[in-house]
Design a protein around this ligand. Structure first.
Ligand SMILES: [Ca+2]
Ligand SMILES: [Ca+2]
Ligand SMILES: [Ca+2]
Ligand SMILES: [Ca+2]
Length: 687
């Protein structure tokens, strides 16, 4: 250890040789150094150790460093297939080719002035190399301006309290994964839920995805059915699964709710291991499986039907019709897959044992059919191991962008170019890796404005030993503010899946929820860590300062379980946001929010006319006496789950909204003034 420490002090961690023999040593040193090295002021370094896809035995590395004091950009590559020309395509300035296949490029002064530009250069070089990143590290400066917004001397706010009402709800659902002695990876990954109003009575209904028998992957009896429960409005729910015809097929996993045909009734897309399903809501309490006629079965040309974990609805081309993003996870075949053990005990394999699979983007043609545009949009070109999808127009250019949290793989931030194409800008925007350059096990994702500046921020859950990264959108770039957020202590010792940013105490700041649960069912036995874990709740104090308030959220909230998907909505329209959480091989939790602080609220139900009927993608800005707030309409939240499409704001002590501005994706701007608080308000898009 002392030896490594001395190497770090001596600066060997910036050693740029990439001869095979030294490679391992450097990686070991790097693994230590990025933790041991203090954050340097403004400097950014990034080492991208990569393997050639074409020849895995040979290794290429791309290393770069940027320091504002020197305005220097260096880029080194070496020891790979060395496609020199594509590497320098688009790069200006002098470069020289060194010995030992090492190519060196230096730029001095004025050329690369910002960290963002530096990262863009490295990203471009990596793309030219066609390499897969394995590890990177970077340092960024801490933001000393970030402080808690708590007022000195103010009394502490009332606790956010949840009551689990599942017992009296009449919901008898049990999530069934068919656990096997072989421990097939799919078994630990299920559990998506949806919260949506299928019958337009103003009450949120709930939908559960469910597993199937293994290895057939068929729902051989009713215990494997997906389930829909109608909300009766009195705290009870009625099982309408059979009447609605939503029992499902295959080993189901995720769900996305959206009215794709603009008929006023919300439809469902169910993603699964072997079958995906589009269920059209007929408006009479029944659904019809239209997967085949719509052309959205989830088949990737040349690959068959990969394992889908979730999907999301959004209008990427602003034509008023909801399009569908299907997220695929590992390249996995239950009949011919790797099996894993720890200490001789069979466990679920880590994702590193499998390749990723491309995601699919379906464009809505408006006639009940969809066209696979994965290739032309480039969405299918970015192959990761996605678990979370979240939508927001992070750069306010009018087109909805996509964040994808990848499992032990750099995240994607797919910028919507507005011309039908997307580009992954995660590295240069600063959300591919954490601030210490780590790739974490990205799970559920959220993409909303957390500090009320109109710029959507990014949060995602991860596994034990990682922190749950929190990225602040600065308007120029994202900055990892996890370290000053107050969530690290909790997140380092937890694994979490579902997540969401909702203002649970209606004080004007969106709080964070995380559904806890270990990945392995035998985690305690093999890793000596709790298998069952409680949920986490973090109160937003403003300025990215959060307080872990899990312990005061109610006894049921702390019940440790194998939690998975979570969906959010106000089940009884009292203005307080509740949570539905699934649990592997157990009943779900249905949390009604019992927070009692007298704060005001408003929930906005959008009706698009020119835009998509659900109003997904609509940005809303409200102004009250205490300040402004922003939110946008989306159902893709957390892990494999779908939340209420309605847009909720907590208003604190304000009982009137002075001004409400709505920005519809197709360009309509609508302004309302002096809007009364404490109501579910329907707003129809101006013609
Ligand atoms: Ca309903
Ligand atoms: Ca569209
Ligand atoms: Ca955008
Ligand atoms: Ca709050």
């Amino acid at each position: 250890m002392l030896f490594i420490f001395l190497l770090c002090r001596a600066g060997l961690h910036t050693e740029r040789q990439s001869i095979d023999g030294r490679f391992k040593i450097r990686r070991i040193v790097n693994d230590f150094c990025f933790r041991a090295t203090p954050i340097s002021t403004g400097a950014a370094q990034l080492a991208w150790i990569a393997q050639s896809k074409r020849n895995r035995a040979r290794t290429a590395s791309i290393n770069g460093s940027w320091q504002p004091s020197r305005h220097k950009f260096s880029l080194y590559t070496g020891n790979g297939p060395a496609p020199v020309n594509p590497l320098y395509a688009g790069l200006r300035g002098p470069f020289r080719i060194g010995a030992d296949h090492q190519t060196t490029l230096r730029h001095r002064s004025q050329f690369v002035k910002t960290r963002r530009e530096f990262l863009a250069r490295v990203s471009m070089a990596a793309a030219a190399f066609r390499v897969m990143p394995q590890r990177a590290w970077a340092w960024s400066s801490p933001d000393s301006a970030l402080r808690t917004a708590a007022v000195p001397g103010a009394s502490p706010p009332a606790a956010i309290v949840f009551e689990d009402v599942i017992g009296a709800s009449g919901i008898g659902f049990q999530l069934k994964n068919s656990i096997s002695p072989q421990r097939y990876s799919i078994e630990t990954m299920l559990g998506g839920v949806a919260v949506f109003d299928y019958n337009n009575d103003g009450l949120l209904d709930v939908f559960f995805t469910n597993g199937a028998t293994i290895p057939s992957l068929e729902k051989t009896d009713s215990s494997y059915w997906n389930r829909l429960y109608r909300n009766n409005g009195d705290g009870t729910f009625t099982d309408v699964t059979e009447k609605a015809g939503v029992q499902g097929v295959g080993y189901s996993m995720g769900v996305a709710a959206g009215d794709y045909d603009n008929d006023g009734f919300v439809d469902l897309y169910v993603a699964g291991v072997n079958r995906n399903q589009l269920l059209h809501n007929n408006g009479d309490g029944t659904f019809t499986d239209v997967t085949a006629s719509a052309g959205v079965g989830g088949v990737v040309p040349g690959r068959g039907k990969p394992w889908s974990v979730t999907a999301g609805w959004f209008d990427y081309n602003n034509d008023g019709k909801l399009d569908l993003l299907v997220m695929n996870y590992l390249d996995y075949n239950i009949h011919d897959c790797k099996l894993c053990s720890i200490g001789g005990v069979r466990t679920y394999c880590a994702p590193g044992n499998f390749n990723g699979t491309p995601n699919i983007l379906y464009r809505n043609n408006g006639d009940g059919t969809f066209t696979d545009v994965s290739d032309s949009s480039r969405v299918g070109h970015y192959v990761g191991k996605g678990m979370g999808i979240a939508f927001a127009d992070y750069d306010n250019d009018g087109f909805t962008d996509v964040f994808i949290s990848n499992d032990t793989f750099p995240n994607f931030l797919l910028h919507n170019n507005g011309d039908g194409t997307f580009k992954d800008v995660a590295l240069e925007e600063g959300v591919a890796y954490t601030s210490d350059g780590s790739v974490v096990a990205g799970m559920g994702a959220e993409f909303r404005d957390l500090n009320n500046d109109g710029l959507p921020d990014i949060f995602h859950t991860a596994m034990y030993g990682n922190t749950f990264p929190l990225y602040k959108n600065t308007g120029d770039q994202f900055e990892d503010v996890t370290g000053i957020s107050g969530i690290t202590a909790f997140s380092r010792r937890m694994t979490a899946w579902g997540t969401g940013a909702f203002d649970f105490d209606n004080d004007g700041y969106k709080d964070l929820f995380a559904a806890g649960g270990a990945i392995l069912d035998n985690e305690l036995e093999v890793l000596h860590r709790p298998t069952r874990q409680p949920n986490g709740l973090f109160r937003n104090n403003g300025n990215f300062a959060f307080t872990d308030v899990s312990s005061t959220a109610g006894a049921a909230f702390l019940d440790p379980r194998a939690h998975r998907g979570a969906a959010f909505g106000d089940f009884n329209n009292d203005g307080r946001i509740g949570v539905l959480v699934s649990t592997v091989n157990d009943k779900p939790q249905l949390f009604f929010n019992r927070t009692n602080n007298g704060n005001h609220w408003i929930t906005i139900r959008l009706v698009g006319t020119k835009d998509n009927r659900d109003g997904l993608g609509v940005k809303i800005k409200i102004t009250v006496a205490q300040g402004v707030q922003y939110n946008h309409a989306t159902t893709a939240v957390g892990y494999s789950s779908s939340s209420d499409k309605r847009v909720h704001f907590g208003l604190g002590k304000a009982d009137v909204i002075d001004k409400m501005e709505l920005f519809w994706p197709t360009g309509v701007k609508q302004v309302l003034t002096h809007v009364k608080a404490d109501q579910v308000l329907t707003i129809v898009e101006d013609q």
